[in-house]
Design a protein around this ligand. Sequence first.
Ligand code: F6R
Length: 613
Amino acid sequence: MCGIVGYIGKQRAVPILLDGLKSLEYRGYDSAGLAVFEGQRVVAEKAVGKVKALEEKVGSLGDSEARVGIAHTRWATHGGVTEANAHPHSDCGSKIWVVHNGIIENYKELKEKLMGSGHFFKSETDTEVIPHLIESFLKDKSADSLEEAVRQTLKLLKGTYGLVVLSADEPDLLVAARNFSPLLMGVGNDEYLIASDASAVLKHTKNVIYLDDGEMAVVTRNEHHIYDLNRNSIDKKTHTLDWDIESARKDGYPHFMLKEIMAEPEAIGNSTRGRLLPDDGNVVLGGLKDVERILRDAERVIISACGSAYLAGRVGEYMLEEYAGIPTEVDIASEFRYRKPVFRENDVLLVISQSGETADTLASLREAKEKNVPTLGIVNVVGSTISRYTDAGVYQHIGPEIGVAATKSFVSQASILALLTVFLGRKREMSITMGKRIVSELQKIPELMKGILQNKEVIKNLAVKYKDYEHFFYLGRKYNLPVAIEGALKIKEIAYVHAEGYGAGELKHGPIALIDKNFPTFAIAPQDSVYEKMVSNIEEIKARGGPVIAIGTEGDKSLEKVADDVIYIPKTLEMLTPLLTVVPLHLFAYYVGVEKGYDVDRPRNLAKSVTVE
Ligand code: F6R
């Protein structure tokens, strides 16, 4: 995701800002920029590509006497990867400069109003409304200081932000604010650093203040004040970090994989925020606006993807058929591209890819395009090849996934498929009541997930107990069959344990022959429409001496009578259970991998983005 660095103090700002940006490079980004107060004005430089490219562009500005500035690495969300879209962004007079992480959901209406009153925009970003709003409050005198103009601006913003503002008219000041996007202040000796991530401040100080949502900081080189948006002053504790830079990047987690599993609730929040219409039992998917008519007439959805993205697609197949009533087929992209698929009129191809660069998925897309089939994407990386080739799509907005194994991207993709189900369903037979039910249950998922994650020690203990087994079955039915396959995939790639993900109903058709006391089974058995069938399968395994770890619904004590161990998940709508049942499976694979001493962030033989066949 994007990275922020701000500096105010007695040292030369440009080298500190560039160095700070370099320490944020691991987060992934596509362009970078900075702005410093130099002479009597603010000077900005931006570059597409690496921080190195920005450093080269900055040239002699690097020797400038500037002692205050802001900088940013951008991960595109609104608008392509261009210099104009790179941060910092400024007002009409190029006096007020802003770096921003997050998404301003109501930027379109704000931008229209601002343009109507004569503001001139230079980028396609949502961020640019912020400096223009600040400018307008100062111009019309409804604010008499930068601090006040920022406060009034924040009150108009809907969405998420971590931001820092610099103004040529008040050069000894930085104003920062946070709402659902991390921001902290490093407190040095007559200097402050403001950053989205501790790794950017650690070289200078270990004393940090974390801003909370709804707070803004007003910072000069030797003092700071923190307020809420109603000007009430807030006393904040200064924390002393005992992290090195590597652990700071991981927010103190030992691995990116664990950090990303712990971020699964946030991923669902980011993928659904601003898209849910609870009162209408509907969703808004802005990226599909131009193809609404095609989607209304669509008679079949074909999903093509690889690995975990494919498995998310299989969860989507159940959702789309059961709730939107639209025939759906899912195929592994490497098969789809070669099997000469037969397209019919009113087919739509949906490709799913975190990276947006997976070669086989891209080839499926090309195949469909050649046959003039409308194409949609669910993609995380903005501006990636797949995101550019599809006719329309929905971005995941979950920031970069650094661990090689897909974790937060899987739950995000499945949550977007739930959105798509409501979107297509409400254009068909889905009632408003059902739409409301799905939307309201989806809203609760992040909190429910947090409950599971809080009990991660339970899963860790199970990982210790089961780590020496060489084979596992992962069984599920219906919505949780793809989750079973995902659980097996994860333990294979992270812990190098042989595992099979299977439909529980298929057990008797062969694989049950493998069951004995050395072959444990994960049985995903929430209380849903196939619960009784799953319990029968568990009993069949137990009768043959196989150890069973069941995943069940909270309060279901009867599972404890049949399974050796039970992991509980809270109750939710059947179609959304995969978002909860997969969390313990991701954690289990992680902990078994760690217990065995493997590098879980970089499993052997694998690459994060599979850009070759
Ligand atoms: C599994 C995993 C892979 C990816 C697959 C697709 O943990 O990470 O199976 O899901 O390579 O990648 P994207 O989503 O980038 O197309």
